[in-house]
Design a protein around this ligand. Structure first.
Ligand code: NAI
Ligand code: MG
Length: 500
């Protein structure tokens, strides 16, 4: 990676995008202790567009120290007042959402119109949602008898260590910052090395309103910066979003010190299409659920489609017509529906899966395939929405998280068998069911082993819904009031003898 990047052409940062000032430690913008930096690539053009500090252990230590100093005062701010600060942050996030969206599009390759603008707005909504929840950090009284007063308090855990990925960096960052801070914790968050700029903009907006050290944001690589963060003895809670593989590393670090951990990991989410859903709305829903306009770089992508045999061919024809009409192009261009894959490593990985599908005799390419080697789309990490039809749920493309626009269509005739195949995965994050028969739809929804099942829609998460995975897709829930209470507070019981 470093050699490829050293040879990379540079490009002036496009107007209207955020210029990083460094990392945020103790309310100050700083360089890394070593002075090393990370070059940020525009995946739409394979050009270097910016640099951020490359944090290591010394920077993690400095950030944890700053957070430790800030904690006593922050936890004693009246929760309602902490909420008001989040609401002020939400206002500025909203006001600067176009700058945020352009920055997201530039560094992630997610198309501005179809993805980045929505993500920037959602970040403001997340702060607004949690900003209203300060007064909901309630405890209970426990009826232990007339002469005993027993009650519980929801107390903050302390310094939260958060690590986020690049696929929806601002949304996923907001989902950790807002609930952690509302509940009275302080935070050291590591942005993903591929997409730190928009997260730094969010940090810049937050720090206008927060006391120094309450939120610290580091930019650095996984092992080099994420490692010391996960293993720091003063971090009292770990919250991670990313791959299942690294999730296991984080959980091991948590086990060493017995600290609570929240994990939002990968997925291989099933979509079950019933024969009565051979209609345009269901096709649009499948395109949305598969997140084709985010190059399917989504943990909730509905990437295994179980299609009833009676509609197998007609549904795929409709899907081809609608999907191939989507415009692939420069993420910052208003006309683009689909942008690029994040980096060369992920691009190569996605192409390998496509090649595997092409090489497999049982699989039939329905549409898509390998990306063009010449022309404008070869200038960035553009991939083609691709669908393979296969009888089996057992091959690599149906089992592994591809994190690219490769959808596998599998035929079914017996409902119980479709549900069995849907559940035959070590993942269990999301699922989608498509039918007019609501009884059938809900029976399937209840039978599927996933943290989130949508019936007749394929949208993204909305603040207020507890979101998280079954099986190896994760542990714990975020995104909701209950998520905040469970993930970012600890309960204390106080029991008083009233007879004295
Ligand atoms: P990753 O899981 O390696 O990276 C996520 C975050 O973890 C980044 O901030 C990274 O710097 C950090 N990290 C990596 N190794 C670490 C370590 N040893 N200790 C502490 N922090 C560490 O994901 P990556 O490499 O970007 O993508 C690989 C695959 O992971 C994708 O193809 C996809 O399947 C999956 N993924 C899933 C995501 C989700 O939302 N569930 C998001 C991103 C990736
Ligand atoms: Mg990795």
């Amino acid at each position: 990676m470093s050699t490829a990047i050293a040879e990379m052409k540079t490009q002036a940062q496009p107007a209207g995008t955020y210029k990083p000032k460094g990392m945020l430690i103790g309310g100050k913008w700083v360089e890394s202790a070593s002075g090393a930096r990370i070059i940020i690539e525009n995946p739409g053009k394979r050009t270097a567009v910016a640099e951020v500090p490359r944090a290591g252990e010394a920077d993690v230590n400095a950030a944890v120290e700053a957070a430790e100093k800030a904690f006593p005062a922050w936890k004693n701010v009246v929760p309602r007042e902490r909420g008001k600060i989040l609401l002020k942050i939400a206002e500025v996030l909203e006001a600067r959402s176009e700058e945020m969206a352009r920055t997201i599009a530039l560094e992630t390759g997610n198309a501005l119109r179809t993805q980045a603008r929505g993500e920037a707005k959602l970040a403001a909504d997340i702060f607004r949602y949690f900003g209203g929840l300060g007064s909901e950090l309630k405890g209970e009284t426990v009826p232990l008898g007339e002469h005993v007063l027993s009650y519980t308090r929801r107390e903050p855990i302390g310094i939260v260590g958060a690590i986020i990925p690049w696929n929806a960096p601002v949304m996923l960052g907001a989902l950790k910052i807002a609930p952690a801070l509302c509940a009275g914790n302080v935070l050291v968050m590591k942005a993903a090395e591929d997409a730190p700029m928009a997260v730094l903009l969010m940090a810049d907006i937050c720090q206008e309103f927060l006391p120094p050290g309450v939120l610290n944001v580091l930019t650095g690589y996984g092992q080099e910066c994420g490692g010391p963060l996960a293993n720091h003895p003063k971090i009292r809670k770990l919250s991670f979003t990313g791959s299942t593989e690294v999730g296991k590393v984080i959980m091991r670090a948590a086990a060493e010190r017995i600290v609570p951990v929240s994990l939002e990991l990968g997925g291989k989410s099933p979509s079950i299409v019933y024969p009565d859903a051979d209609e345009d709305w269901a096709v649009d829903g499948i395109i949305n659920a598969m997140r084709f306009t985010r190059q399917s770089q989504s943990c909730t992508a509905g990437s295994r489609m179980f299609l009833h045999e009676d509609i197998f061919d007609s549904f795929l024809r409709k899907l081809e017509k609608k999907t191939t009409a989507l415009k692939i192009g420069d993420p910052l261009d208003e006309a683009s529906d689909i942008g690029t894959i994040i980096n060369n490593k992920q691009y190569t990985k996605v192409c390998k899966y496509v090649q595997d599908g092409l090489d497999r005799s049982d699989a039939k390419l329905v549409f898509g395939g390998l990306p063009p080697k010449t022309g404008p789309l070869s200038e960035g990490y553009f991939t083609m929405p691709t669908v393979f039809a296969d009888r089996s749920n057992d091959w690599r493309l149906a089992r592994e998280e591809i994190f690219g626009p490769v959808l596998v269509a599998i035929r079914w005739s017996d409902e119980a068998e479709a549900i069995r195949m849907a559940n035959d995965s070590h993942y269990g994050l999301a699922a989608y069911v498509w039918t007019h028969d609501i009884g059938k739809g809900l029976r399937a929804a209840h039978a599927i082993e996933s943290g989130w099942v949508q019936v007749n829609q394929g949208g993204g998460q909305t603040p207020g819904m507890s979101y998280g995975g079954y099986k190896q897709s994760g542990l714990g829930r975020e995104f909701s009031l209950e998520g905040m209470l469970d993930s970012f507070t600890q309960r204390k019981s106080v029991t008083v003898n009233l007879a004295v």
